[in-house]
Design a binder for this molecule. Structure first.
Ligand code: KIV
Ligand code: NA
Length: 277
C-alpha cells in the first residue's frame, strides 16, 4: 500500500467522496483505524484533554505532538497523518511556524500539519506551503482561542460573521491550504463554504454538508466520559466495557481463578517431587 497524500484527499472532494477522519494518539489505535480504512488521522491537540486530562488544549507542547505523531505513523501504512500545531508554536512569527512545522514533519513523520485561524494567518500558511509543508486550516470554534471566545460555542451565527468566515476560508485556500476544518459552524454556513471552496471542508459540529467529518477517537468509542459534546455519537462504550472487565479481573485474581493452567508453566511432576520440601 502507498500512503495517501494531501492530493488524494483533495481528489476525494472532486469525486464527491466524503472524507471520514478521526483523531488518533497511539500505535495500537492507529493500527485499528488504518485497518478499517480511515483515510485521514489527526494527531490533535485534544491530546491535552482526552489523554492528559487537562481542561483545554493549551498546555500541549510541540514535543508531545511529535512523540504521539511518531506512534501513530508507525501504526499506519495507508492513512494520511496530520499533526496539530500546538498553541504558540506558530502564532508568534512565520519563522516559528516554518521551523516548528518542519520539526513536526521531520521528527513526527506526519504528511501535513494543521493550524487554527483565518485570513490573519494566510501569509504564514503561504510560507509553510512554499517550504514544502502541506497545511490544513481550522475555522469556526478554534479551541486554542477558548479563553477569548468564552467557551466552546457555535461561531459565525450572524450574517457578518458568516461572511467573514467564508472570506477566511477563501484566504486559506488561496494561501495553499489543502483542507479546512470547520468546527461548530451553523450547517447552512458550512454548506455554503463547502460549495465555494475547491479544497475539502472537514466538519465537526457543522452539519452533514461538509466534504468530510472529523471526530475525536475517545468520544466516538466512548473512552472519554468527563463530558459528551453534542456533536459526537458514541459508536462504542469502551470505558464501560473496560471497567466491567477490570472488575472481573480483580475478582478472578482474588479468587485465584487467574492465572489458570493455560497461562501457567511448571516443572515436570518428577522434578516437582524432588524440588518441593
Ligand atoms: O485537536 C483536535 O482533535 C482537533 C479536531 C477536533 C479537529 O483539532
Ligand atoms: Na486541535
Amino acid at each position: 500500500t502507498i500512503r495517501l497524500s494531501t492530493r488524494d484527499i483533495v481528489a476525494m472532494k472532486a469525486r464527491g467522496e466524503r472524507v471520514a477522519a478521526l483523531t488518533c494518539y497511539d500505535y495500537t489505535g492507529a493500527q485499528m483505524l488504518d485497518a478499517a480504512g480511515v483515510p485521514l488521522l489527526l494527531v490533535g491537540d485534544t491530546l491535552g484533554m482526552v489523554v492528559q486530562g487537562e481542561d483545554t488544549t493549551l498546555p500541549v507542547t510541540l514535543d508531545q505532538i511529535i512523540y504521539h505523531a511518531r506512534l501513530v505513523v508507525r501504526g499506519t501504512q495507508r492513512a494520511l497523518v496530520i499533526g496539530d500545531m500546538p498553541f504558540m508554536s506558530y502564532q508568534a512569527s512565520a519563522d516559528d511556524a516554518v521551523r516548528n512545522a518542519g520539526r513536526l514533519m521531520a521528527e513526527g513523520r506526519v504528511g501535513a500539519v494543521k493550524v487554527e485561524g483565518g485570513a490573519e494567518i494566510a501569509p504564514l500558511v503561504k510560507r509553510m506551503v512554499k517550504s514544502g509543508i502541506p497545511v490544513c486550516g481550522h475555522l469556526g470554534f478554534t479551541p486554542q482561542s477558548v479563553h477569548s471566545l468564552g467557551g466552546a460555542r457555535v461561531q459565525a451565527k450572524e450574517p457578518t460573521a458568516a461572511v467573514s468566515l467564508l472570506d477566511d476560508a477563501l484566504a486559506l485556500q488561496e494561501a495553499g491550504a489543502f483542507a479546512v476544518v470547520l468546527e461548530l459552524v451553523p450547517a447552512t454556513v458550512a454548506e455554503e463554504v463547502s460549495k465555494r471552496l475547491t479544497i475539502p471542508t472537514i466538519g465537526i459540529g457543522s452539519g452533514p454538508r461538509c466534504d468530510g467529518e472529523i471526530q475525536v477517537f475517545h468520544d466516538v468509542f466512548g473512552l472519554y466520559t468527563d463530558f459528551q459534546p453534542r456533536h459526537t455519537r458514541r459508536y462504542l462504550n469502551v470505558a464501560q466495557d473496560i471497567a466491567a472487565a477490570a472488575k472481573r479481573y480483580v475478582a478472578d485474581v482474588g479468587a485465584r481463578q487467574f492465572p489458570g493452567p493455560e497461562q501457567t508453566s511448571d516443572l515436570t511432576p518428577a522434578s516437582k517431587d524432588s524440588f518441593k520440601s
